[in-house]
Ligand binder design. Structure first.
Ligand SMILES: O=P(O)(O)OC[C@H]1O[C@H](O[C@H]2O[C@H](CO)[C@@H](O)[C@H](O)[C@H]2O)[C@H](O)[C@@H](O)[C@@H]1O
Length: 867
């Protein structure tokens, strides 16, 4: 195949080159190589190379160049044969220049451990649900082979780094052989633009979790920007693994799935591969194909042809197919004279006892079938009278095209297969040449009809709705489908064919490649803002933390300096997760923490120090009222307020509007029995009853089940609380029901709103405030940040943030700062690096306490308590 690129590969790109280029990284380069010592003098090495026109990677070029803004494609990968050390440089520059291919030479020993040992004996079966239970199985996990896998992935990554132009390149990594590569790559380039496509199935988390290095492999994939799969099933198994094994959240944004991984959004894409329809449609007219087809036609003497083409792999279900066929013939012996099953078996790529056993079993059934049902026919040519034609060798594409274009039905009974492109190739061959009138001699025109028997465990099954879908383990089911396919009317076979062809002709290999690269471009677009990122973790645990460029770590020095220069301050502090570590049990404040808060609250320049918490008023009063009388307390997210000792109203006051109590009693009567139902049916979940608000918490439940139940609960509550003045909020692992309008923005309204002078020390008006610190760690604190932002941007506006039935996924927005305030310092800080409407973050509660300590130390001698 000729590469459709204007320029030949002209050496490695320089760092100023911004031409968009895709580097396709795969285990096997799209090259055919044969040993050819004759030409060595001319080429400087003893190998003959040609592009492999059947490689899926080579077939992506046209789609990428025509379907995206990318201008160049480079391939990087291994070669099929070992090249001696002394010839490697010559081979590398030759194939780089002529085929845009960069070879990775692993050496026989490493390749043996990495490919044969780890990939083919362990990983390949695992991804196809085969666990090596037998102690003598070659597929048992072997640490040396894992180290080979690791070393090979690193070698591939090193080679990518050698050729990478970080300004213009997209790296597209392929398949299970290279799942660690994104980690090695991101270690070298934080901002590398990297996509990953998995060609085989991603198994259920119950299988994947048996993998001893599961976390490192998941993290490897998460170091890509896009992780793509053939089907939703594979994507959902991957998501389930990242949730269950790594505790990560995922969400759907405008129809796209994404995982939040340390501030980087990893897109999860579903995009099945396709075939090169142009090549196959031309292929049916190649003289070799025509000649093979004529031979088959003659040999099969008008019998109906059922076809299977598979690698001799354990999970291709070849034995199950033969058993089903045997059952069909036993039920309908007359069919032995009217049909033939042609089974092509490409040599196995995996070795091992089990594969040899399969090979023997298949041969035995074929022999038995032909002995029982075969008939001696006419001139006794090669195919005469057999009911199974077993072609146990590699076949050329023209042979396969001839078979596919002649076959009446293709049978796929794999018990697992990533995609399996045979049905797509078959439908394309049956469609025949693009121009129907071409080649009417020598076997043309081909009938534009087809039928398919498809295992439901194969990737392409979901897109071929006109196939007879079968459970391959159910031999009766498959035999029955064979009978139905054999007796299908011509009209129906045409209709099914037409439907499949429409899909296949639109979803070609080029479409697949362009769609993947477009997604990679979309996912790595910077919108004019370069994210701030830094590496974290050692070895294969490495990951990159990415932050909004405007989101920065709160600088204690700067903050305490501005604090010391200000004289009219408001400090709003959340409690759990902010002043103490978040826990599922009570964490009272330590004497040191109380001491720090007391010093702050006693400072006359602090017009307000308020603990703004979701905790109930009794607990806050117990912990703070006596110990720190000058601090204000806002309990139950702003339902109750208790002013400081120096204020005019040091007793608890209900901030809710008149009638709220009766309302609460009403909706509690509805909500509590429902929550109890969810508590009972969701093991590990529990109810936290704060009286004015109620929380259903599923932090300790199964994460998937908890999230499903939460969604259901949201819908349930929305439907029963339609007329009640409540807000239902879906937070991190909890659903909270609280009176409408009650929230932490209340604190901002009280201390920065029009009536601020009734609360702030010395009757201070909000407009005089010159320093604001608001710190909190969770979703409820975001309301407080949002309200501060709103006030700063427009002090006259109502500050209460809109509350509603909120579900996760609505990202907080950062507000405009300091409009109309010349001398105002504002520090809104979340705790922990995560998406937040705050401009700053502090790492954890220790960091918060250290900041408060710094404020205390930095403050000018401001005197002691002034009641
Ligand atoms: O033996 P390997 O070198 O490890 O290659 C594994 C298989 O790769 C190809 O199949 C996989 O990709 C196909 C296209 O996405 C998909 O249809 C199939 O289900 C995958 O298993 C190749 O076609 C196979 O021959 C290899 O065994």
């Amino acid at each position: 195949m000729a590469l459709q690129q204007d320029e030949a590969y002209s050496g490695y790109a320089t760092s100023v080159d911004k031409t968009e280029r895709v580097i396709i990284v795969c285990n096997s380069l799209p090259l055919k190589m044969t040993h050819d010592p004759e030409g060595a003098a001319e080429r400087g090495h003893s190998w003959h190379f040609a592009m492999d026109p059947d490689s899926i990677y080579g077939q992506t070029v046209t789609g990428i160049l025509n379907g995206t803004s990318v201008e160049k494609v480079l391939f990087l990968g291994g070669l099929g044969s070992e090249v001696e050390l002394f010839e490697q440089d010559a081979v590398a520059s030759d194939i780089a220049e002529r085929f845009n291919c960069v070879p990775v030479f692993l050496g026989a020993e490493l390749k043996d451990k990495y490919y044969k040992g780890f990939c083919k004996q362990f990983l390949w079966p695992l991804m196809h649900y085969i666990l090596p239970q037998s102690p003598t199985s070659a597929g048992r996990y072997n640490k040396l082979n894992w180290q080979g896998y690791l070393a090979a992935n690193k070698r591939f990554a090193d080679k990518v780094v050698e050729v990478l132009n970080a300004d213009g390149d997209f790296v597209w990594v392929h398949d299970y052989h290279l799942m660690l590569l994104p980690t090695f790559l991101r270690k070298r380039y934080n901002t590398v633009r990297c996509g990953f496509f998995l060609h085989c199935p991603f198994p259920s988390s119950e299988i994947f979790r048996t993998f001893p290095n599961r976390d490192l492999v998941l993290r490897g994939l998460l170091n890509a920007d896009v992780v793509a799969f053939h089907t939703f099933d594979y994507a959902r198994h991957f998501l389930s693994c990242t949730t269950r094994l790594l505790g990560l959240n995922h969400k759907t944004v405008r129809g796209s799935l994404a995982i939040d991984y340390y501030g980087r959004s990893v897109s999860v894409k579903i995009c099945p591969t396709g075939v090169n329809t142009d090549r196959l449609q031309e292929g049916v007219m190649w003289p070799e194909s025509v000649s093979h087809r004529l031979n088959y036609r003659k040999a099969f003497r008008g019998r109906m042809v059922f076809l299977g083409i598979d690698d001799m792999d354990l999970f291709k279900g070849i034995d199950l197919r033969l058993q089903a066929y045997e059952l069909l013939l036993s039920q309908h012996p007359e069919m032995a004279e009217t049909m033939v099953l042609v089974q092509v078996c490409n040599p196995a790529r995996s070795t091992g006892r089990e594969t040899q056993e399969l090979q023997s079993e298949v041969e035995a059934i074929v022999e038995r079938l032909n002995a029982t049902y075969g008939v001696t026919e006419g001139d006794g040519d090669a195919f005469g009278g057999k009911v199974v034609e077993f072609i146990n060798r590699g076949t050329s594409l023209d042979e396969r095209i001839a078979l596919m274009s002649h076959a009446d039905c293709v049978v796929v009974t794999a018990t697992r297969d990533g995609m399996n492109l045979l049905p797509y190739e078959y439908i394309t061959c049956r469609q025949g040449p693009r121009d129907e009138s071409v080649g009417t001699a020598d076997g043309f025109p081909l009938p534009r009809n087809s039928s398919l028997i498809m295992s439901e465990f194969v990737g392409c099954s979901s897109s071929l709705s006109g196939a007879f879908r079968v459970n391959p383990w159910n031999v009766e089911d498959v035999a029955d489908a064979m009978y139905r396919a054999a007796t299908l009317s011509g009209v129906e076979a045409e209709a099914r064919h037409k439907k499949h062809w429409k899909y296949i002709s639109e979803h070609t290999v080029g479409y697949w490649a362009a769609s993947n690269i477009s997604e990679l471009q979309r996912a790595t677009e910077l919108d004019g803002k370069a994210p701030k990122c830094y590496g974290l973790g050692f070895g294969l645990n490495f990951r990159v933390v990415t932050l909004d460029p405007e989101f920065r770590r709160l600088d204690n020095m700067q903050c305490s300096l501005e604090y010391s220069q200000s004289t009219r301050r408001v400090l709003l502090l959340d409690y759990d997760g902010t002043l103490v570590q978040a826990a599922t049990y009570d964490q009272p404040p330590s004497p040191e923490l109380l001491d720090t808060i007391q010093t702050l609250a006693n400072d006359p320049m602090n017009a307000m120090v308020c603990i703004v918490s979701g905790r109930c008023k009794g607990t806050l009063a117990k912990w703070f009222s006596d110990a720190v009388p000058n601090v204000a307390l806002l309990a139950e997210h702003g339902y109750w307020y208790k002013g400081p000792a120096w204020g005019s109203n040091p007793d608890w006051a209900c901030l809710a509007t008149v009638g709220t109590e009766e309302n609460i009693a009403r909706w509690r009567g509805i909500v509590l029995p429902i929550l109890e139902q969810y508590q009972d049916s969701t093991d590990g979940s529990y109810i936290r009853d704060k009286k004015t608000s109620v929380v259903w918490d599923y932090r300790d439940a199964d994460p998937d089940f908890g999230a499903w139940q939460a969604k259901e609960l949201m819908d349930h509550l929305e439907s029963v609380l339609v007329n009640d003045p409540v807000d239902v909020l879906w937070g991190s692992c909890h659903v909270e029901i609280k009176p409408q309008g009650i929230g932490k923005s209340t604190a901002v309204e009280m201390f920065l709103g029009p009536a601020a002078d009734t609360h702030l020390r010395g009757g201070l008006a909000a407009g005089k405030v010159d320093f604001i610190l608001a710190v909190g760690d969770d979703r409820s604190d975001e309301e407080m940040f949002q309200a501060v932002d709103q006030w700063v941007g427009n002090p006259e506006s109502a500050v209460k943030a809109a509350l509603s039935c909120a579900r996760p996924g609505s990202e907080p927005q950062k507000g405009k700062k300091k409009r109309g305030h010349d001398h105002l310092a504002v520090y809104c800080s979340t705790v922990g690096q995560k998406p937040s409407g705050a401009d700053y973050y502090l790492e954890d509660h220790d960091d918060v306490v250290a900041l408060l300590g710094a404020l205390v130390t930095q403050a000018p001698a401001s005197g002691s308590a002034t009641p």
